[in-house]
Design a protein around this ligand. Structure first.
Ligand SMILES: [Zn+2]
Ligand SMILES: [Zn+2]
Length: 286
């Protein structure tokens, strides 16, 4: 079974009830954090996931809302790991990730220096291992495999989606993207598809062109649902709601998705949790 928790269902727009984009995936005793938006560790704490217990950090792209708390995750993991020989944190992201991680360590350079000076048992900066990729198998350890494929969020490029497989269960994390063939291929027959969405019908009516601009590089609810239908996934999990879903509006969002996808649809508030079991996969023919 793969357990998916929507840690943060917000977007770049600050929201009192929603943390920034981030999703926790637990599979086979391994814990993956996909993106690390604002407030991510408060939500991780709520589900008993510490930064020091993360198996790897996955980044779909380098937009600010998806990496806002990268520094917090890296520093917290470092200072709460008490193993004298800490395992470097694998960080898997698109090209540019290493530069962002380096710059983050530079930003926290004074902090890192203070802590090394203060604690005798902290002798080196936070250990990480960055893997930049756009395609292919990036992880195959202890029964969990992860494949990456490019998505389309131009002019933000490159961007990637992840497919995590464990013991016959699978989930795809699409990130921010418009519909594209490589995402269709990555998601084909997956048990679950976690997709970021915006309500184009609402955003298009907003008076500021800068807000309306976001329509051209995101999927609407209906487009994400159509992707799920084409890929014949079992469960569509919506997140990154723009505008944020207000209490009582869930059914309206669900109906939009259901216009294109007739299987299980999940959406909700932060900490919404979905189990994806083996056998939840492509819709049987007929
Ligand atoms: Zn983005
Ligand atoms: Zn985003």
């Amino acid at each position: 079974m793969i357990e998916v928790t929507l840690l943060g269902t917000g977007s770049p727009i600050p929201d009192a009830r929603r943390a920034g984009p981030s999703t926790l995936v637990r599979a086979g005793g391994q814990t993956f954090l996909a993106d690390c938006g604002r407030g991510v560790q408060q939500r991780m704490t709520a589900v008993g996931a510490g930064a020091n217990a993360l198996t790897a950090l996955l980044l779909t792209h380098l937009h600010s809302d998806h990496i806002a708390d990268l520094g917090d995750v890296l520093i917290t993991r470092w200072v709460t790991t008490f193993d004298p020989n800490p395992v470097p944190l694998p960080i898997i992201g698109p090209p540019g990730t290493a530069e962002v991680v380096d710059a983050t360590f530079k930003t926290f350079g004074f902090d890192i220096g203070y802590r090394i000076a203060h604690h005798a048992d902290l002798t080196t900066p936070p250990p990480v291992e960055v893997h930049e990729c756009t395609d292919g198998i990036v992880w195959d350890r202890d029964g969990v495999a992860i494949r990456v494929a490019p998505t389309d969020h131009r002019p933000v490029a490159p961007t990637i989606g992840f497919r995590i497989e464990h013991a016959g269960a699978s989930v795809v994390l699409a990130g921010d993207t418009v519909p594209c063939e490589s995402l269709d291929a990555l998601a084909a027959g997956a048990g679950g598809l976690v997709h970021t969405v915006i309500r184009k019908d609402l955003v298009e009516k907003m008076p500021m062109q800068r807000i309306r601009d976001i329509c051209d590089y995101h999927s609407s609810v209906e487009q994400a649902a159509a992707t799920a239908a084409r890929a014949r996934v079992g469960i569509l999990i919506l997140t990154h709601y723009v505008p944020g879903i207000q209490p009582g509006q869930e059914d309206e969002w669900r109906a939009l998705a259901a216009s294109e996808f007739d299987r299980q649809i999940e959406l909700g508030d932060d900490l919404h949790r979905v189990e994806i079991h083996p056998g939840v996969c492509a819709k049987p023919a007929g």
